[in-house]
Design a protein around this ligand. Structure first.
Ligand code: GRG
Length: 298
């Protein structure tokens, strides 16, 4: 497939993820079937699959085996799906719409949604432990450690704690950035780093470039998310638009306004592209993905 045909490539990754996740998630015919149904409801049939795209694009840089990238992508999507299910619970964002359908706790019930999130998190780590992801087992253990930190209190879950604490408060720009580096950025960064580590060992300079790219793109993703939350509608987004403003949450648009937030996203995009300057055409998918993340409309 041509390197320029990004839409076809992104559809291929999304289709592949659907098949891979459907095969890895427990069947609803196996007990406890309601829990398994809820896990499949939350993880299948929706989402842009941006994180798997990042895994596959980073894997191209190190010429990684696609079978390894599938496992890492599945694990990351399961963590992402768990975070969305828990984030939507009445005790957190209390939302009723996700990926264009009722949230997991609305479709099932609160306890089942909580357990579905828990079980998806466990399944993610089970997959990383069960499948060969690196030639060297120690390198694989390091990958799992990097991933665990990205998901935990020093990563995504910690970012969510900062987010919950920030409701109704006026955060400074550095405080907002810190929140999003953890809440949204940590998993996006892990997608790039783990995808790259599935293949041939990269030199420290290339790894540093990918890390810088991932940090910029993780933050840009959130800035654009804030702009879309402000400017788009619930049907296009598949989730309730304008929720953050309504809840009194600090966002890039509440701090900077939409035009400045857009400019900030563009400067992060430029920095992400600049970070890849030393890499050859194997990084082209990452370059295209950076554009997609900043220019998307949902
Ligand atoms: C509950 C531990 C815990 C963490 C929740 C990531 C997160 C922390 C909550 C998700 C809620 C949210 C709106 C976060 C902001 C940006 C974001 C991660 C949006 C959703 O990601 P997309 O746009 O979603 O990639 P799709 O549905 O396309 O996969």
């Amino acid at each position: 497939m041509s390197a320029t045909d990004f839409p076809a490539w992104s559809r291929e990754v999304a289709g592949r993820m659907e098949t891979v996740l459907a095969g890895l998630l427990p069947s609803p015919r196996i007990a406890p079937s309601r829990l398994h149904d809820a896990m499949r409801y939350a993880a299948l049939g929706g989402g842009k699959r941006v994180r798997p795209m990042l895994v596959f694009a980073a894997g191209q840089v190190s010429q990684a085996d696609p079978a390894r990238l599938e496992v890492v992508s599945a694990a990351i999507e399961l963590i992402h799906a768990y975070s969305l299910v828990h984030d939507d619970l009445p005790s957190m964002d209390d939302d009723v719409l996700r990926r264009g359908k009722p949230t997991c706790h609305v479709e099932f019930d609160e306890a089942t949604a909580l357990l579905a999130g828990d079980a998806m998190q466990s399944l993610a780590f089970q997959l990383l432990a069960e499948h060969r992801l690196a030639d060297d087992p120690v390198a694989q253990l390091q990958m799992i450690q990097v991933f665990a930190v990205a998901c935990g209190s020093r990563g995504m879950a910690g970012g969510q704690a900062i987010d919950l604490d920030a409701v109704g408060k006026a955060l400074t720009l550095p405080e907002l950035e810190n929140m999003h580096i953890h809440k949204t950025g940590a998993l996006i960064r892990a997608s790039v780093l783990l995808g790259a580590r599935c293949g041939r060992p990269l030199d420290p300079q290339a790894l540093g470039s990918l890390d810088r790219y991932a940090k910029c793109i993780g933050l840009a993703f959130q800035v654009v998310d804030d702009v879309l939350d402000e400017e788009s509608d619930s049907t296009t987004l598949g989730k309730t638009a304008g929720k953050d403003r309504e809840a009194g949450k600090p966002t890039y648009t509440s701090l900077l306004g939409v035009p400045e937030a857009r400019k900030f996203a563009s400067s992060l995009l430029a920095e992400a592209q600049e970070a890849l300057a030393g890499l050859d055409e194997r990084a082209d998918r990452l370059r295209q993905l950076a554009d997609f993340i900043v220019r998307r409309d949902r």
